[in-house]
Design a protein. Structure first.
Length: 284
């Protein structure tokens, strides 16, 4: 399994059932020991118009990828998050839910070399550096803003990839314009479109909740909307390296999209949690 397995949605496409399942696990399972019974998961996903067979097929794929682990509790069949999935979700919480002031304090550079006999680790390393926000300078030289250093160091150590990598703190001193260079290291145009699409899709939803002020919409409505919003949002912080404003295009809509997500989370998270919590604490 690679970290990207938890955020591998195809941009612009409806979220597959496995992505909705991972959103539900990320939001609610860790509060109840990281485990959800199959029957409860089917009931939760039914609210999202996912049928039982699709849930079971998606669970099988997530188990095969070592994201979920089969486990019985009190005679009930269910699935728990694997230790690796837990670690990825914990790191992801900071990326998805926390907003930090980004300053231009240099770069972290990852230089790596993986023997051909261990090329499977090369794929793992590239996938995880991408997930950590790195862009590509050349095949074995990757770069990210300096604020990614701690998560990068911890993640590589935790998963045994540190032996292939050297990490450096760096400043860009010559010979080009850094704002032009970042356009080569990351596909900012593609990310800009994803932010624009998110804003276009979910601005009407935010308006609907703001107008209702919670009076005409139920906890169930909040659960359905919040799972869809978060599933659409959670891949974007993984694609966004967190560059300072001075290096971003003037038309950059990342901050606007983040404001929209924060507003929706503020409206939806509590009633959605109440709805999911009721189902998670019910018996078979």
């Amino acid at each position: 399994m690679t970290a990207s397995d938890l955020v591998d949605d195809s941009p612009g496409q409806p979220a597959p059932p496995r992505s909705l399942i991972m959103t539900v696990y990320g939001l609610y399972a860790r509060e109840v020991g990281g485990w959800i019974s199959v029957s409860t998961l089917i009931r939760l996903l039914a609210e999202l118009d996912v049928d039982a067979q699709a849930v079971r097929s998606s669970i099988f794929r997530l188990k095969r990828r070592e994201i979920l682990v089969a486990e019985r509790r009190e005679g009930r069949a269910g699935y728990a998050l694997s230790p690796y999935a837990r670690s990825v979700l914990e790191t992801g919480d900071r990326r998805i839910f926390e907003r930090h002031t980004v300053t231009d304090d240099g770069w972290v550079v990852a230089v790596f070399s993986v023997p051909e006999s261990e090329r499977q680790h090369r794929h793992q390393l590239r996938s995880r550096l991408t997930w950590l926000g790195f862009g590509t300078v050349s095949s074995g030289v990757w770069i990210a803003p300096a604020h990614a250093l701690d998560d990068t160091r911890d993640h590589l150590l935790r998963h045994g990839l540190d032996q292939y990598v050297d990490l450096f703190r760096a400043d860009y001193v010559a010979f080009g314009d850094p704002a032009e260079q970042v356009g080569r290291w990351w596909d900012l145009a593609a990310l800009q479109k994803l932010y624009d699409d998110f804003v276009a899709e979910f601005t009407p939803l935010a308006g609907r909740w703001a107008a209702a002020a919670g009076d005409a919409l139920s906890d169930r409505d909040a659960f359905i909307d919040y799972v869809h919003v978060l599933t659409a949002w959670r891949r974007l912080p993984y694609l966004d390296p967190g560059l300072p404003d001075t290096l971003l295009p003037a038309t950059w809509s990342g901050a606007r999209a983040a404001d929209l997500f924060a507003a929706l989370r503020n409206s939806l998270a509590r009633p959605a949690h109440a709805f999911a919590g009721d189902l998670l604490t019910e018996g078979p």
